[in-house]
Design a protein around this ligand. Structure first.
Ligand SMILES: Cc1cc2nc3c(=O)[nH]c(=O)nc-3n(C[C@H](O)[C@H](O)[C@H](O)COP(=O)(O)O)c2cc1C
Length: 204
């Protein structure tokens, strides 16, 4: 770093940095920051292994790359889905809309170790093209996934999937998706705004 730049940044810190309370911020529990940064939308992850199928609700996922299309997900080890997905190395990420709100909550509050969630919630299983796990027909989009990298599973329950096939409903273009903020509260995607004109072409 150039000397002038360093001096400037040190100066900026010492002169400008103010305690958070002074700029009007309260202390916030670090365990609850999900309320602000959890990405959403909430998805339903369907799986199948040796004839057994299941669905779980998931909020902890992140896009990792476009080509190949990589998505990282946290699947708690206690979930019945964990072993089905770890062993089969496959799943389908299904994107529900607000029409399935109660179903999303119901699926996330019971376990496939005890019930067949397709039956319990009246969902239609459709055949995928590239994986054995079923698609959920009632969802707006279905992304067939194969495990791309399992090295972080043991340490963080973090699965890195490659989306190998995607199916999306023609309409609506911007579905009303659910975004979880913890404590039983969801935000619903709403107003669409565009800033395409401010993007460099390579960033679109
Ligand atoms: C809104 C919501 C989001 C959830 N997100 C996750 C998640 O990202 N990862 C996870 O392991 N469990 C998550 N869960 C919990 C699982 O969906 C829940 O434990 C479910 O019962 C697991 O089902 P299974 O035992 O049939 O696999 C979430 C639940 C809800 C209601």
């Amino acid at each position: 770093m150039a000397k002038g730049v360093m001096t400037k940044s040190v100066l900026a810190k010492s002169v400008l940095a103010k305690p958070a309370a002074v700029i009007g911020k309260i202390d916030f529990p670090v365990a609850d920051v999900r309320r602000y940064i959890e990405p959403g939308p909430i998805v339903l992850v369907s799986s199948q292994h040796r004839g057994e199928r299941n669905i779980m609700t998931m909020g902890w996922h992140t896009v990792m790359d476009f080509t190949p299309s990589l998505v990282g997900c946290v699947i708690a080890g206690g979930n019945h889905s964990f072993e089905l997905i770890r062993r089969s190395k496959e799943c389908v990420i299904n994107v529900p809309t607000t029409a399935l709100t109660d179903t999303v909550v119901g699926i996330g509050n019971c376990t496939g170790a005890e019930v067949d969630k397709f039956e319990k919630f009246g969902l239609t299983a459709a055949a995928a093209e590239k994986v054995k796990a079923p698609l959920i027909a009632q969802c707006h989009a279905n992304f067939e996934c194969r495990l791309a990298d399992g090295r972080l599973i043991d340490r963080y329950n973090f699965f890195i999937f490659e989306v190998v096939k995607a199916h999306v409903a023609r309409r609506p273009k911007y579905p009303r998706t659910l975004h979880y903020t913890g404590d039983g509260i969801f935000m619903v995607s709403g107003k669409i705004i565009s800033r395409r004109n401010l993007f460099r072409p390579g960033m679109l």
